[in-house]
Design a protein around this ligand. Structure first.
Ligand code: MSP
Length: 656
């Protein structure tokens, strides 16, 4: 199996830069999560990592989308960039550089590359006669077209006849073919590599690398009547991030990228041919591995696209998972990261389905991993007063399993095989669960075999520590939560790959158990709910109700309940049910609260009434009126009575 070269202590990894005409969706997120996972894994190994992602902002596609919305392209791009950055933050992605092709250092790099290619004779002026697909920003020959539409996206193409600059791809075809043949790790996976070789063998044509000048593109430095072709501009981003051309020190440090992750859609024409050929012409080393992953499609087998209106937003999925499972948002996000990297072999296509996601959530996360934690920590609380014991004689029984998992994960990550890495980690989880079953600490306790009991519980806690490190690249927030529950946060102990070995858990610390991380879900019911199949009224049937959820004192403590006195009450114009109240809760200003009480209560009756206010509820705008809290009332759907107090209390008094 081809393996990524891991010889140096520097690891530069890139994602494609995404067009800003689209909002971030599951496809973009997939590549970026995968890159984040590899970046985190190499950071854990103690390597210095440069992880870049960003946006591809020039080109006709973006200019047209902006025009359609009646905004300037820059303004349009600025807004979408924020959406991408927010999505990456929400998905726990920690990049080092977010590169935008409109940034000054990139414009310099793109022009400098063009100039050098002209100077070396690799770029020449010619005449382009052919077709152009704006959605794909791709030049096409007559022979590329399928029934007069773009073979890639199936949309109409435009005819182009104009002077243009060409890059001598053909000059590099033989060298490139030889390079790919001699370096099995250069294009991965192998099936894609074969496709690329077939593409090169079919004959490479010189690539058109300019268009007649548009306002929204980088001008060709030698000819201001032309703009740099958006794909050449975009590919150069990888050089810009590494300091090309002026910051030689940075460039020497980071170049070449060790891994470039892309989707299979942009491999053959761009990343596997034009890109390395340009690097050869620039006399710059080629990237270590270009890995082209598969495509996420819908359950029905359709491509995910804006025009089809079937775009999946991973953060929306996370929020729905929170509703279904009662997990925290951070846990839901990590569960989706896990699902995307576990469900489908990296390199193959996959389809998203809720049934598959919820099955993984219950089986792998709640049952295997969650249970390991939820059964072990209470035993330590009960038998060892929450204190991590000394390993003592007999400890270290899971050492071989840990070593085996570590070696397999390393091999899998070097082959960019996230699924195989996770499978190895889950084998370790299974081994730890089996170890508890077999050694039955409850029996050891019953028979007062304390030395053995301590050794067994130490081993399991220690193994959970290793598992937390191993899952960190995939599920960083969950790893941190497990770390916290083990009590390791208090010791300042760092997660490092070198400590994925037995007997490294410091004895004497106190575990800090919390609420279960993965509350199990009722899959059948959740799927019905998601499909909107729950009949009206069924929700209120006792049998159809979700199982009661217990909350901790701590969770309850987060709710700020206060006594308030209503000082003003008005109807909201145009909304029959709503009242706008001003309620004094002992702050400088009374709070404005919108309440659905108008049909039950005359606003005048409310004046001077004392009520209970949820004071730290997120503010909301209801029917155009800001509401800064909620008033407690009795009633499931319609309020039937107000909750009040049996004697007067100062406004702002705490309710407990
Ligand atoms: N701007 C170019 C890339 C330039 S890189 C020098 C581009 N942008 S894009 O916004 O269309 O993003 C394409 C990339 O997004 C794919 O290569 C892939 O990484 C990701 N995906 C977009 N949709 C996808 C799926 N449905 N499934 C998986 N990944 C896909 O092309």
């Amino acid at each position: 199996m081809a393996q990524v070269n891991s010889a140096t202590d520097k690891f530069y990894i890139t994602t494609p830069i995404y067009y800003v005409n689209d909002r971030p969706h599951i496809g973009h997120s997939y590549t970026t999560i995968a890159a984040d996972c590899l970046a985190r894994y190499h950071r854990l190994q103690g390597q210095q990592v440069l992880f870049s992602t960003g946006t591809d902002e020039h080109g006709q596609k973006v200019a047209r989308s902006a025009a359609q919305q009646g905004v300037a392209p820059q303004e349009f791009a600025d807004e979408v960039v924020e959406a991408f950055k927010l999505m990456w933050k929400r998905l726990h992605i920690e990049y080092d550089r977010f590169i935008r092709t409109t940034e000054p250092d990139h414009v310099v790099a793109a022009q400098s590359v063009f100039q050098r290619l002209v100077d070396s004779g690799d770029v020449y002026l010619g005449q382009y006669q052919g077709w152009y697909c704006v959605p794909c920003e791709t030049y096409l020959r007559e022979s590329d077209l399928e029934a007069a539409v773009c073979p890639q996206c199936g949309r109409p193409v435009e005819q182009v006849a104009e002077p243009a600059y060409f890059f001598r791809t053909s000059k590099y075809a033989d060298r490139l073919q030889q390079y790919i043949e001699e370096h099995p790790e250069f294009i991965m996976p192998t099936s894609r590599r074969n496709e690329v070789l077939a593409f090169i063998e079919a004959g490479m044509h010189d690539a058109c690398v300019s268009r007649s000048r548009t306002e929204w593109d980088i001008p060709v430095p030698v000819d201001y009547s032309q703009s740099i072709y958006v794909w050449l501009d975009a590919l150069v981003n990888y050089l810009t991030v590494a300091g090309y051309p002026d910051d030689q020190q940075t460039f020497q440090t980071w170049w070449p990228p060790r891994v470039q992750l892309i989707g299979k859609d942009i491999l053959t024409r761009f990343h596997a041919t034009l890109w390395p050929a340009v690097l050869m012409a620039l006399q710059v080393p080629l990237p270590g591995t270009i890995f082209a992953h598969g495509w996420w499609i819908t359950e029905e087998g359709d491509k995910i696209s804006k025009s089809k209106g079937n775009v999946l937003d991973p953060y929306n999925i996370a929020r729905q998972l929170v509703d279904i499972s009662n997990a925290t948002t951070a846990v839901a996000v990590d569960s989706i990261r896990y699902f995307l990297l576990r469900e489908v072999t990296f390199g193959l296509d996959g389809s998203f389905s809720w049934a598959a996601l919820l099955t993984r959530f219950n089986a792998d996360l709640a049952n295997d991993l969650g249970n390991l934690l939820n059964r072990t920590l209470p035993l330590v609380e009960r038998y060892l007063d929450s204190k991590v014991p000394q390993p003592g004689p007999g400890a270290g029984e899971l050492a071989d399993q840990i070593d085996k998992a570590r070696t397999t994960v390393q091999q899998a990550m070097a082959a960019v095989s996230f699924r195989a890495a996770l499978e190895a980690i889950w084998q370790l989880i299974a081994a730890a669960n089996k170890f508890i079953d077999e050694r039955a600490p409850w029996n050891l306790y019953k028979h007062a075999k304390l030395v053995e009991l301590e050794a067994v519980l130490y081993d399991v806690l220690d193994c959970i520590r290793v598992i937390a490190i191993m899952i960190q690249p995939f599920m960083p927030a969950i790893a941190d939560e497990i770390w916290r529950q083990l009590g390791l946060e208090t010791t300042g102990t760092q997660q490092t790959w070198a400590t994925c070995q037995a007997l490294q858990l410091p004895p004497g610390i106190y575990i800090q158990p919390g609420a279960p991380i993965f509350p199990r879900v009722d899959i059948e019911r959740s799927l019905k709910r998601l499909q909107g199949q729950v009949e009206a009224g069924e929700e209120t049937q006792p049998s159809a109700q979700p199982p009661p959820v217990t909350i901790t004192m701590d969770q309850f403590g987060k709710m700020e309940l206060k006594v308030g006195t209503v000082v003003e009450a008005h109807r909201v114009r145009g909304a029959d049910k709503l009242l706008r109240l001003l309620v004094d809760i002992g702050e400088d200003q009374p709070r404005q609260i919108v309440a659905g009480l108008a049909e039950q209560i005359n606003p005048r009756e409310l004046l001077s009434q004392q009520v209970i206010v949820v004071a730290n509820l997120e503010p909301a705008t209801i029917h155009g009126v800001q509401s800064q809290g909620m008033i407690l009332a009795v009633g499931d759907k319609e309020p039937i009575a107000l909750v009040t107090i049996d004697r007067e209390c100062p406004p702002g008094s705490t309710v407990r």
